[in-house]
Design a binder for this molecule. Structure first.
Ligand code: SF4
Length: 409
């Protein structure tokens, strides 16, 4: 992500009412010229929580939402070419935090005095970087000074074109990082050394191009399945003895949702896809819906026959996800590992269906669209845990038959 740059196409500045904090609003007000200030309050929605009975107020302000404009509900500051007027005229300091941060989420480990930035693969520019080359991913660390510092995995020098303190967006993202960095196993917090070891071992295994990406995932999930806090520092991913059981589980991940729900979600996130043209498939959805429904055939024809050539993009994606596994499930790593497998399964489902509807094999462009679509589904909807399949965290969960029930819109 060192080379990440916003594509300036305004894809995340439309389709929803952008939530701002009160501080953001005041800051924006101060930067805007007089003429714009008067308009700023128009269409403003207050998002409030009911206060606890002992509080002296009835409601607590959570955030403000600037109502979107027009049919596509675009932000009032987005220009026709997709650029941001506030950014262009007043720079990073004027922007609301959410606009500076996205697609990164900053996590702060107070004890280790470290901030980690996670780049959300729902963003088309993040997934484009997965397809940019075939090298395996490494973790990069930037010292609090100006130089690069070695990490437990690897480090490269930061060039002026890459992210670093010279980049106002990077510095502000680090300053804005407020989420506590929490990583747990069964409710017990991991030490930094344990977390780094789990990360290193997972990322290394998922970078193996000598076997199918799903086989590397099977080894990592199997490792998490038997992981205890005492054994965290000797964690080694290992292929499951019963590989067929893992295949059945992955099949349940791929087939977890109904085709209409997947189609509906794809339509909602169309603005985030540039790698392929979704418009004709959404306008004439018969083929796409059929391929989402018959996902086994779609995957056999369009994905598995080409799996080897697709290892770099899917492997880089999974490396990226497992490097910061704690972003899911509030840091419960076993559940988080399963969540990533669910998203990966959904990405395969989308990839097979999109390629089949486009009458071509899955390639890097289709895979990019599929990864963003799967990430969007799981970040915009919440599913009942009992309706989903689980593997690493399966112990103590409902029986598999129940876990495979499809979730409909
Ligand atoms: S203020 Fe700028 S970056 Fe933020 S949502 Fe509006 S157009 Fe996008």
């Amino acid at each position: 992500m060192l080379r990440y740059r916003c594509n300036q196409k305004g894809c995340c500045c439309r389709g929803w009412d952008i939530p701002f904090k009160l501080d953001d609003f005041i800051r924006l007000y101060e930067y805007l010229p007089e003429a714009d200030r008067a308009e700023l309050g128009a269409g403003l929605k207050l998002v409030v929580d009911e206060a606890a009975p002992e509080e002296s107020v009835d409601l607590i302000l959570k955030s403000l939402k600037l109502a979107g404009v027009g049919e596509d509900r675009h932000c009032r500051f987005v220009e026709g070419d997709g650029g941001c007027r506030v950014h262009a005229q007043h720079g990073i300091p004027a922007l609301p935090d959410i606009c500076v941060n996205f697609p990164a989420v900053g996590f702060r480990d107070e004890q280790a005095d470290v901030v980690e930035l996670y780049w959300d693969p729902v963003c088309p520019e993040v997934v484009r970087i997965f397809a940019e080359n075939e090298s395996t991913l490494t973790m990069h660390s930037i010292d609090a000074g100006t130089s690069s510092a070695p990490t437990s995995i690897a480090a490269q020098a930061t060039s002026p074109d890459e992210m670093g303190w010279h980049d106002a967006g990077f510095a502000q993202r680090v300053a804005n990082a407020r989420e506590p960095l929490r990583a747990h196993l069964g409710g017990i917090a991991l030490s930094r050394a344990q977390l780094l070891h789990l990360r290193q071992a997972s990322v290394q295994t998922l970078g193996d191009r000598g076997r199918a990406t799903w086989e590397s995932l099977a080894a990592v999930l199997n490792g998490f399945r038997s992981l205890t806090i005492e054994r965290a520092l000797s964690f080694t991913p290992q292929e499951p003895e019963d590989l067929e059981a893992f295949q059945r589980y992955l099949g349940a991940c791929i087939g977890a949702h109904g085709a209409p729900l997947l189609f509906w979600s794809l339509r909602k996130m169309e603005r985030l896809v540039f790698a392929i043209d979704l418009a004709p498939l959404l306008a004439n959805p018969k083929q796409l819906l059929a391929a989402l429904e018959n996902w086994g055939d779609a995957l056999d024809g369009a994905y598995f026959a080409h799996e080897q050539s697709l290892r770099p993009i899917f492997s880089r994606y999974l490396q990226h996800r497992f490097a910061m596994l704690y972003v899911n499930q509030e840091g419960e790593l076993r559940e988080a590992a399963d969540t990533v497998a669910l998203i990966f399964g959904t990405a395969l489902r989308y990839a097979g269906a999109l390629a089949t509807a486009l009458e071509r094999p899955v390639d890097d462009a289709v895979a990019q669209a599929a990864i963003s679509a799967a990430e969007y589904l799981y970040r915009s909807l919440q599913f009942d845990a009992e309706s989903l399949p689980w593997y690493a965290s399966a112990e103590g969960r409902p029986p598999r038959e129940k876990a495979q029930a499809p979730v409909q819109p």
